[in-house]
Design a protein around this ligand. Structure first.
Ligand SMILES: C[S@@+](CC[C@H](N)C(=O)[O-])C[C@H]1O[C@@H](n2cnc3c(N)ncnc32)[C@H](O)[C@@H]1O
Ligand code: SF4
Length: 348
């Protein structure tokens, strides 16, 4: 029989597991607290549980724990990039960003990605597998434990398309915001998607208080298709309608991510078209100077072009900021730390 992945279980499910092992249901609360508040890495640490119970847990359950293989710390702003090993030899990366308002952790949702966006390092080796809820939680837990600092915000913006791992994502959101766990407010959780329309609609019906970020990156259907293959499946009109629907159902302002790629999507005409597209939508635009990756020839827009793009949007009363670059000295684009680890492994 497959061992039970208890760190992915809700408290209610854990009660049933505990009962099936012949223990009183209240033990589930203690076990849950060890895993999700005290962030225990082994059953041995759980000293208020009997040795017999711990023995039974060890025999029939797994306690998913990620191990940091590498941690890089920025000398500029203290940002840390973590490379974590999973139990099957795969690796994922996560980032800790320190802001005045608190610590934010960016986590991965999949090993690799199927979506094939042209500028993204995460998709170059394709998709390997989905992460489990425990593996998503553990990225936050280990970073909180290693840094010794409370994590107040979570962004699901690392490797992978979170809405392509939908049930796991939902479970993750419920568990990380659970008052019996780390209790991170849903308002402090952001999920970024390339635009899987049916899943965006399903998410709107969940009526969560999280922020939805849409990776838009283009101001026309044609340009979006050139950068993001998913745009062929769901058009820019469909994606924007799904955003409107999300706002109407949840009251949560949408964030649009727009990676500025020199000469591709950064003209004044692009900015004007983008403003037209977003007219009337309660939203915020995050301009991200693209992080060049060696496999592609895309380059970053000039500083001046970026400034002009921002000004144009502001002229149309669009809320816009240029994303502050965190950890510039510790390697660029998301997915690159994992990629360089895999490349090195293949070479050796
Ligand atoms: C890595 S994705 C993960 C979440 C989700 N799959 C998505 O596309 O929104 C997070 C964000 O990083 C952006 N991104 C990916 N590669 C980038 C690069 N080389 N430079 C700047 N932004 C990049 C994506 O477009 C997306 O907005
Ligand atoms: S940008 Fe997001 S959806 Fe696109 S390939 Fe990268 S991780 Fe996947």
């Amino acid at each position: 029989m497959e061992p039970t992945d208890i760190k992915s279980q809700s408290l209610e499910e854990l009660k049933k597991t505990v009962e099936a092992l012949g223990e009183k249901p209240f033990r589930a609360k203690q076990l849950y607290e060890w895993m999700h508040v005290k962030l225990a890495k082994s059953f041995e640490e759980m000293t208020n549980l009997s040795m017999t119970f711990r023995g039974k847990l060890k025999e029939s359950c797994i306690l998913t724990t990620l191990t940091a293989l590498d941690v890089q710390t920025s000398k500029i702003d203290g940002t840390q990039k973590y490379l974590f090993a999973l139990h099957d030899g795969n690796v994922v990366e996560s980032v800790l960003m320190r802001y005045k308002h608190g610590n934010s952790v960016c986590i991965s949702s999949q090993v690799g990605c199927k979506m094939g966006c042209r500028f993204c390092a995460s998709t170059i080796g394709g998709w390997t597998r989905n992460l489990t809820p425990a593996e998503m939680l553990e990225q936050v837990y280990r970073i909180q434990e290693t840094s010794g600092e409370r994590v107040s915000n979570v962004v699901v913006m690392g490797t992978g398309e979170p809405l392509d791992n939908y049930d796991t994502l939902l479970r993750f959101i419920h568990m990380i915001s659970d008052e019996n766990g780390l209790h991170i407010s849903q308002r402090n959780i952001t999920v970024s998607t390339c635009g899987l329309v049916p899943k965006m609609e399903a998410l709107a019906d969940e009526k969560l208080q999280i922020t939805l970020a849409l990776s838009l990156h283009a101001s026309s259907q044609e340009k979006r298709e050139a950068l993001m293959p998913i745009a062929k499946k769901y058009t820019i009109t469909q994606v924007l309608n799904a955003c409107r629907n999300y706002y109407e159902k949840t009251g949560r302002r949408i964030t649009f991510e727009y990676a500025l790629v020199g000469g591709e999507n950064d003209s004044q005409e692009d900015a004007r078209r983008l403003a037209q597209l977003l007219k009337g939508l309660n939203c915020h635009v995050n301009l991200i100077p693209v992080n060049p990756i060696k496999e592609r020839s895309y380059v970053r827009s000039d500083k001046k072009v970026i400034g002009n793009f921002q000004n144009k949007l502001e002229k149309y009363q669009i809320n816009v900021t240029i994303r502050r670059e965190m950890g510039r000295d510790i390697d660029g684009a998301c997915g690159q730390l994992r990629k360089s680890y895999i490349d090195k492994k293949e070479d050796s």
